[in-house]
Design a protein around this ligand. Structure first.
Ligand code: ARG
Length: 568
């Protein structure tokens, strides 16, 4: 649709001196029902400039505009409504998609720019919980959206791999653990030891001192302490990597919190030099009263650093290393204040680029109504959720299609897709509830529905034979005049705009919802317009539309991290 907006806006701007085509293009609206036209321009935007009523402007333009791509222009209540020429439109959309294929919809606005995306970032020795899953899925989708628009992306997993908890873990391991139990039990065993430490420390507070001593050793580079720490990190990463593998998620860097250990003192010096640090009972902090926020704690009494210190240091490091134009952080909204605070500190440090930092916050997830927390007794293991989703999907596929060959592969793609889509279908800030019935529904607004629609398009194309679908010269587009075909073409033409919105709002759900609309439009077309008909011209034209729909569905699904099996 962008093309048509540009085209029409260009013509209108030639009739007015003081307004640019871009401005006009930005004013277009989509009429609520197709009878009113395909694009409309609210003319009140122009009444001040032209000193005329919107209705008079609309009437005037209606007379003077002559556009090949437009069949009819109505003037109604101060709106100019454009009815596109169906054939010109169909030809244009199909040609664009066939030419640009999997680049269709990209405006390449990010060429030469870099964005750093901090996502997933689970904590070592703790279970990978549901907030990390959401962060992973949202961050990964943003990564793909930015890449698609031509940005060069750096995906960073800011692992929570440093802190006093590791001192506790070492004490617990030495008191109640052994190598085999940790190797076999993995994060579960590490968590058991950690919980046991707290139980025991209630009775025996000296354990806390021991733990502090071990953490101090870690900070001083003690070999034994670091050896154990590294082992805990490896064990945890092994489990995290299994989840990333299932999800198809990758990172460019695993520089976690510990990576900044030797880089923080320089930042603390910088804060001091700028007179931002204030001592408070032996601790050091940056006051933020003037901005209605509690202070940002930079150093504890014992001189150790904090979450804020690491994030500020990491931001400076990333700016210097990657020269980013934008840096985004994906966490749940419980961390809103944390990010507001340290973004402000970076600004106070005099970094004018602090405005390039963005916190992408998201809501909480519950599971069939029950809240998911990693606190004692209420742990839902993410890997188990994914495996369960795969198993349930496999059963559904086997019931529908007992002959299927690569059922395990498809069950993985679809089962995982269901979980991913569930995380991405609503505005990220909303809390969501996971329900198996909803997530695995092949007809509802779900990941499997999108994948099923894509597989349906693929199967038509396969039946028609690759050649048939590949010959696109001289399509007779009158065969796409049906209202259902036209609506589908309109959906296809709006892909690029949705990519742009999703990027500007840092909101993958824009794509998810767009894809649901696209899939629905395709299924209506499929229902109303028989494709594999005798009439060769009709068949060719409709196959072309199926083929370009398949392309856009696949691109869009890729942007939200969904795979597109050919059969299911
Ligand atoms: N590890 C943190 C947590 O689990 C998330 C880290 C997010 N990234 C960051 N740069 N603070 O809550």
């Amino acid at each position: 649709m962008q093309t048509y907006k540009t085209l029409i806006a260009g013509q209108i701007s030639q009739l007015i001196d003081s307004v640019t085509a871009e401005e006009i293009a930005g004013w277009f609206e989509y009429p609520p029902n197709p009878e009113m036209g395909d694009l409309s321009l609210p003319c009140f935007k122009l009444s001040r400039t032209l000193r005329k009523s919107p209705a008079a402007i609309a009437d005037d333009f209606k007379q003077r505009l002559k556009l090949d791509a437009v069949d009819k222009i109505d003037s109604a209540a101060g709106y100019l409504n454009f009815h596109l020429d169906k054939e010109v439109f169909a030809g244009g959309v199909i040609r664009d998609i066939l030419e640009q294929r999997d680049r269709y919809g990209s405006k390449n606005t990010g060429a030469g720019k870099t964005v750093v995306i901090d996502y997933s970032s689970p904590n070592i020795a703790k279970p990978f919980h549901v907030a990390h899953l959401r962060s992973t899925v949202i961050g990964h989708s943003l990564y793909r959206i930015f890449s698609f628009q031509g940005y060069s992306c750096v995906g960073i997993n800011h692992l929570g791999d440093w802190g006093t908890q590791f001192g506790k873990l070492i004490v617990a391991y030495q008191s109640w653990g052994n190598p085999d139990s940790v190797n076999d039990g993995g994060i579960d065993e590490l968590l058991r030891l950690y919980v046991k430490f707290h139980d025991e420390a209630d009775r025996n507070p000296s354990l806390e001192d021991e733990a502090r001593a071990w953490f101090a050793k870690m900070e001083q580079g003690d070999e034994e302490a670091l050896r154990l720490w590294r082992w805990f990190v490896d064990i945890s990463l092994k489990e995290f990597m299994r989840i990333y593998e299932l999800l198809g998620v990758r990172f460019d860097s695993f520089a976690g919190e510990s990576f900044y250990n030797d880089k923080m003192s320089a930042v603390v010096d910088q804060l001091k030099a700028k007179n931002l640090l204030e001592e408070d009972e032996g601790a050091w902090l940056v006051r933020l009263d003037a901005y209605d926020m509690p202070p940002a704690l930079i150093l504890k009494k014992d001189g150790s650093s904090l979450y804020h210190t690491r994030d500020i240091t990491a931001a400076l490091y990333r700016k210097e290393t990657y020269g980013f134009d934008k840096a985004v952080y994906v966490t749940d909204y419980a961390q809103n204040l944390h990010f507001q605070q340290w973004f402000k500190v970076v600004e106070l440090l005099g970094c004018e680029w602090s405005s390039e930092l963005a916190h992408v916050a998201f809501g909480r997830v519950s599971m069939e109504g029950a809240s998911l927390s990693t606190r004692k007794g209420n742990i839902v293991k993410l890997e188990a959720v994914l495996q369960q989703s795969i198993a349930k999907t496999k059963a559904i596929i086997e019931a529908r299609n007992p002959e299927m060959e690569n059922v395990d592969e498809v069950a993985r793609q679809v089962g995982v897709g269901a979980v991913i889509f569930n995380d991405l279908h609503a505005n990220r800030i909303k809390d969501i509830d996971f329900s198996w019935d909803e997530a695995l529904n092949f007809e509802g607004e779900t990941g499997p529905y999108l994948q099923y629609t894509h597989a349906r398009a693929s199967s038509v194309l396969t039946k028609a034979g690759a050649e048939a679908a590949a010959s696109r010269e001289g399509l007779v587009l009158t065969h796409l005049n049906h209202e259902a075909a036209f609506s589908l073409l309109k959906e296809l033409s709006m892909f690029g705009e949705h990519v742009e919105w999703a990027l500007n709002k840092l909101e993958p759900s824009v794509i998810s919802r767009y894809l649901i609309g696209l899939a629905q439009a395709f299924n209506r077309f499929y229902h109303h317009c028989p494709i594999l008909v005798q009439d060769e011209q009709a068949r060719e034209a409709r196959l072309a539309l199926v083929s370009v729909t398949q392309t856009v569905l696949r691109s869009g699904m890729h942007l939200i991290g969904l795979e597109s099996p050919e059969k299911m």
